[in-house]
Design a protein around this ligand. Structure first.
Ligand code: GLU
Length: 264
């Protein structure tokens, strides 16, 4: 589907976009992002926001020297950071008269009998009521066996559950490059991907920042899940949230992963 005709859109924002290197929230960026999303909702879009940052913000708020590597440490940081995140989203969206709803998911919530249907029904009810679901992994109870592990993957599943028209990943780079632009000056932006094959997966490097958990590999995995479910996916630079306006007006921004033809 052409993005100008999209009605239901999932937007995912990563920790490296949302926070400073200290782990504290990038307030200016968050306010700009919320303003754009509130405005897009005013235009009539149904929006779901998948947000990272719970662990990173918790690390900042607790004044820890670095991101904990043990599970209880991460769970504790997430418990602190998730409150701060939701407090801020609630405050900023309320300024534009929009209501947010916190949705925390684990793989376990989906693996249970009727799990996917339950989640689907909850999203549908929230969207019908006009709320903006703000989704994260339930990091405080998630252990390795029940983790999505990264919000790129989680956002692709969310897009699938609600049959979103588009999934937009906001990240700290303009899109997918032919090579790692930090290392290779000849790297160029790939604007259109029709198939996420193994060779493309190999080209994508590892995770890029110390506070988040994603990287290009998880974004390509997300692209596979989303496009196979009939959702178009885009990677754009989150440092310029206003780029969402251009994208939704059909202008060329970032990288587009085309929904699989049979499904779209
Ligand atoms: N759920 C994690 C958090 O909020 C983020 C996972 C990710 O960075 O993809 O800290």
């Amino acid at each position: 589907m052409e993005i100008q005709n999209a009605h239901r859109v999932v937007v995912k924002v990563g920790t490296s976009t949302l926070t400073h290197k200290t782990g504290h929230i990038n307030i200016r960026l968050m306010e700009r992002l919320v303003k754009v999303l509130a405005d897009l909702k005013n235009q009539g879009l149904e929006l779901v926001l998948v947000t990272s940052g719970a662990i990173g913000v918790g690390v900042g708020k607790l004044g820890l020297p670095s991101r904990p590597s043990d599970i209880p440490g991460k769970q504790a940081a997430a418990a602190v950071g998730q409150c701060e995140l939701m407090y801020l989203y609630d405050k900023y969206f309320s300024e534009y008269n929009h209501t947010v709803a916190q949705v925390l998911l684990t793989r376990y919530s989906l693996a249970k009998e009727d799990g996917e249907e339950n989640v689907h029904n909850t999203f549908e009810a929230l969207l019908r009521m006009g709320a903006i679901p703000v989704v994260n992994e339930n990091d405080t109870v998630a252990t390795d066996e029940i983790r999505f592990g990264d919000n790129d993957t989680l956002s692709a599943y969310v897009a699938r559950f609600i049959s979103a028209d588009s999934l937009v990943l906001l990240t700290d780079i303009d899109g997918l490059y032919t090579a790692n632009p930090a290392l290779d000056p000849n790297a160029t932006l790939v604007t259109e991907v029709t198939e996420v094959d193994d060779q493309l997966m190999e080209t994508a490097g590892g995770a890029g920042s110390s506070l988040g958990t994603g990287g290009m590999v998880t974004k390509l995995q997300a692209a596979r899940i989303a496009t196979q479910a009939g959702t178009d996916m885009y990677i754009i630079n989150g440092k310029n949230p206003e780029g969402l306006y251009d994208l939704l007006e059909g202008k060329q921004v970032g990288t587009h992963f085309a929904a699989c033809a049979a499904m779209s």
